[in-house]
Design a protein around this ligand. Structure first.
Ligand code: FE
Length: 254
């Protein structure tokens, strides 16, 4: 399996503290059936700044350590970019790292409590530059939980979204779990990823999430998510199903 969102790089953010923890996380990821991880350290959130050149250096070193330790896992380049007024300045300074540095897909994080007024403008500008933003864990954003229509609008505009595996299996509570399922039912989710920070409470629950999705919606839906992650690895366009507005009644298992 491919994990497109993970804090496995050592000593850069609130994920792996050092190389020892990174290697432990890597072993757990392999046990959990993961073969490729996009390492996506925080950037421009209030605490952490991790620019492209640093991430590339560290990712190269981590892959070298996996070879030495014979861990069958490949690290790909990425970054979790917090939406910020300076996002385009950072882009001009070549600090922003798109997935695998291909210039096509970027993980975009909203603050947990709200959706800034300039969000739609940032999405629009990124799309104009050929970068498709993938909004990470919209199911955990308080404003979106209260305003489903806004998420629909962001996806209609051209943003993609990634739901966190732990949200689907209930690790973040009932309301986030139920919103995750609504997002999937309305074709507003395009990827599932772990957003793993450690091997404990924020670990590699991708397989469990896919099993939950298969049980609820059938194996096709799981294939859809898995294939979309594979497309990113090949720098090809993921499948995007037509978003369904929230006013329609959706018949589902949940
Ligand atoms: Fe994250």
């Amino acid at each position: 399996m491919i994990d497109i969102h993970c804090h496995i790089l050592p000593g850069v953010d609130d994920g792996a503290a050092d190389m020892k923890v990174s290697l432990n996380m890597a072993r757990k990821a392999v046990e959990a059936g993961i073969t490729h991880i996009f390492a996506t350290p925080h950037h421009l959130n209030e605490k952490y700044v991790n620019v492209k050149s640093d991430i590339i250096d560290r990712a190269v070193r981590l892959n070298e350590s996996f070879q030495l330790e014979k861990i069958p896992l490949t690290i790909h380049l990425g970054q979790e970019v917090r939406i910020h007024r300076d996002i385009f300045t950072s882009l001009e300074k070549e600090e922003i790292l798109t997935l695998d540095d291909n210039g096509t897909y970027m993980l975009l994080e909203l603050p947990s409590g709200r959706v800034p007024s300039y969000t739609q403008e940032v999405i629009y500008e990124l799309l104009l530059k050929g970068i498709t933003p993938i909004i990470v864990h919209p199911e955990r954003n308080k404003e979106l939980i209260g305003n489903h229509k806004l998420l629909f609008e962001l996806v209609q505009e051209g943003a993609l979204t990634q739901i966190t595996s732990g949200s689907i299996i209930g690790d973040f509570g009932k309301s986030i779990q139920s919103f995750s399922k609504k997002i999937i039912q309305h074709n507003l989710a395009h990827f599932i990823a772990t957003d793993a920070h450690n091997i404990g409470s924020r670990g590699f629950t991708l397989q469990q999430a896919y099993e939950t999705i298969t049980k609820a919606y059938g194996i096709q839906r799981t294939y859809y998510f898995k294939e979309n992650a594979e497309q990113l690895l090949k720098d090809q366009s993921p499948a995007v199903e037509k978003p369904l507005p929230f006013k329609k009644k959706i018949l589902g298992i949940f």
